[in-house]
Design a protein around this ligand. Sequence first.
Ligand code: CO
Length: 210
Amino acid sequence: MKNSYEKLLDNNKKWVADQLALNPHFFDELADKQNPAYLWIGCSDSRVPANQITGTKPGEVFVHRNIANMVVHSDMNMLSVLSYAVEVLQVKHIIVCGHYGCGGVLAAMNNKQLGLIDNWLRHIKDVYRYHHVELDAIADKELRARRFVEVNVMEQVHDLGKTSIVQNAWKRGQDLHLHGWAYDVKDGLIKDLGVNFTNTSDLHSVYHLD
Ligand code: CO
């Protein structure tokens, strides 16, 4: 009996054979460099794989994932990914994609101590406080959680716009769009939340960096 992880290595060999059957140059074309047009900032949740749900192939999407798709401006990992994507790869679109039923967002809605992760969830709780008037007015807990997922994504789009990395790109005249989406694990569909930032004036003036 094989260990379950060994199945992944077998799958990999089959995948390589399948790709080569479709295009004998598949790996040669990707080996030299990547040229993705998109940076995806999504949740680590195993149900929300960036490439599969958007029908994109290797080489098309630069990906950063963490719990609840957060843009935390003191997170060196996120900042490094953002800097490389914007300044070197020159992506055209940055998509923050949250998802309904997000465990991180649900955990941030209640008061249970979970340990170290509470420090991460704190950032999500701050989003709740910014939007507490709207969120507290939603009596149904599931609907409130869904809206919390949406406003959290929109805050993270704002947080991207607040960074000097994004603002300097706009200042250089780089064509860079920020988007906020929410994926529904129940039906597989992505909802465009309608936030589309393309320059510094889309942000409150207190965040503008000269
Ligand atoms: Co999640």
